[in-house]
Design a protein around this ligand. Structure first.
Ligand code: PEP
Length: 250
């Protein structure tokens, strides 16, 4: 069975609720009736309600950009899976490199967040990827394997059923530098092999691995043509409804 591609927008810290409503007014008519791929938009927490209201009844699901591992507690600035579920949020990005780079996120906290998201029934998009120095030192495969082993620690294949992984080479995020489709596919194969070892062959053959890193309307179709690439996580180019719709329809 071919894997259904998932095209996800990561808005990072952009847009207000008004901007969110305007985005969906423009975006939804451009993708209505598009059933080939799953479409997810992950706005800032502040915009979740506006996004959910705007996307209600459409073919676009709404995700959060992170999720905490506890249901509630004294964790200032965090949001839990049950809180997201009360709004009808279905997806959550976990372990984005900007979280790892600027907010002290580690392989261990990624594992905790991933477990909580899966346990709650959210679809986590778990990000892995090497920094430039690691690629230049020939360490990419080791880094990807380590990040997968640590992120998936103590999670069963049954629990992980909804898991989605995003390969996001850090040197390609927001830089305009995209991994070539072949280079991305090689990294995806490393991740899929690791998933085979951890979760088994059947699981790994169904696992969706997205590519993220300067995906644009101009490079989307070449990337999506790779059998190993099961969709995209799109930052900058997802902020504009026309450009994100063009990526969805690559
Ligand atoms: C991202 O934020 O996940 C991302 C891939 O960003 P960009 O598309 O801007 O490189």
């Amino acid at each position: 069975m071919p894997r259904t591609k998932l095209i996800a927008a990561n808005w990072k810290m952009y847009k207000t609720p008004d901007h969110t409503r305007a985005f969906f007014r423009d975006f939804l008519p451009q993708v209505s009736g598009h059933t080939r791929d799953e479409i997810v938009v992950c706005p800032p927490y502040l915009d979740l309600t506006a996004a959910l209201d705007a996307a209600k009844g459409s073919n676009v699901a709404i995700g959060a950009q992170n999720v905490h591992w506890k249901d509630e507690g004294a964790f200032t600035g965090e949001i839990s899976a049950p809180m997201l579920l009360t709004l009808n949020v279905t997806h959550a990005i976990v372990g984005h490199s900007e979280r790892r780079q600027y907010f002290g996120e580690t392989d261990d906290t990624v594992n905790l967040r991933l477990k909580a998201a899966l346990e709650a029934g959210l679809t986590p998009i778990c990000c892995v990827g090497e920094v430039l120095e690691e690629r230049e030192a020939g360490l990419t495969d080791d880094v990807l394997r380590r990040q997968c082993v640590r992120a998936f620690h103590a999670i069963s294949a049954k629990k992980a059923a909804r898991l989605v992984v995003a390969y996001e080479p850090v040197w390609a995020i927001g830089t305009g530098k995209t991994a070539t489709p072949e280079l991305a596919a090689e990294a995806h194969a490393v991740i899929r092999k690791e998933a085979t070892e951890i979760f088994g062959e059947e699981f790994a053959s169904n696992l969706r691995i997205l590519y993220g890193g300067s995906v644009k309307p101009e490079n989307a179709s070449a990337l999506m043509a790779q059998e190993e690439i099961d969709g995209a996580l799109v930052g900058g180019a997802s902020l504009d409804p026309k450009s994100f719709a063009a990526i969805v329809k690559y």
